[in-house]
Design a protein around this ligand. Structure first.
Ligand SMILES: [Zn+2]
Length: 161
């Protein structure tokens, strides 16, 4: 497995929404009041991601309401320590900014991919999401609420950058 495979698999594991507990997974999706066939698609995708993670022996983490954010962060740091140590790491200002840009582009892409689905109602560009401040200061934890259509440039919190 190459570095990019490991990173992708770690991301799949980290991004795993419902874990192995199918009952909880079904319950969470039912709470979102999804129509039947989008719900079935999400369940199939979750099964596929879980199968790929197992196949590549990637560490996985169940994300549910049993842990708070601090506990979940600790579990990610423990469970994915090896993948995190492998990198990639952003050491310079330019690298940090590039990584933050990539994360924000991924957020915008997720919204656009959702609205590209046949059952989606609404407009991706006017959907407001939280984007990371791209100032690149290692201590910056700011985020900015922006419409997806306005997220193309560097996103900067007021007074940053
Ligand atoms: Zn900032």
């Amino acid at each position: 497995m190459g570095d990019s495979d490991a990173g992708r698999d770690a991301c799949h594991g980290a991004a795993r929404r419902a874990g192995a507990d199918d009952r909880r997974q079904h319950s969470q999706l039912a709470e979102r009041s999804l129509a039947r066939w989008p719900r079935e698609l999400y369940l199939l995708l979750a099964d596929e991601i879980e199968r790929e993670a197992r196949e590549h022996r990637a560490p996985t983490l169940t994300v549910d309401e049993t842990r708070g954010i601090d506990q979940m962060l600790g579990a990610v740091e423990n469970g994915f320590a090896e993948a995190l140590a492998e990198g990639p790491r952003a050491e310079t200002l330019a690298e940090r900014r590039a990584l933050l840009r990539e994360a924000n582009e991924a957020t915008a892409q997720q919204v656009r991919a959702y609205y590209a689905r046949p059952w989606a109602v609404g407009d991706a560009d006017s959907t407001v999401r939280s984007f990371l401040c791209e100032c690149g200061n290692p201590s910056c934890e700011a985020s900015v609420e922006l419409a997806v259509g306005a997220s193309a440039g560097p996103v900067l919190a007021p007074g940053h950058g």
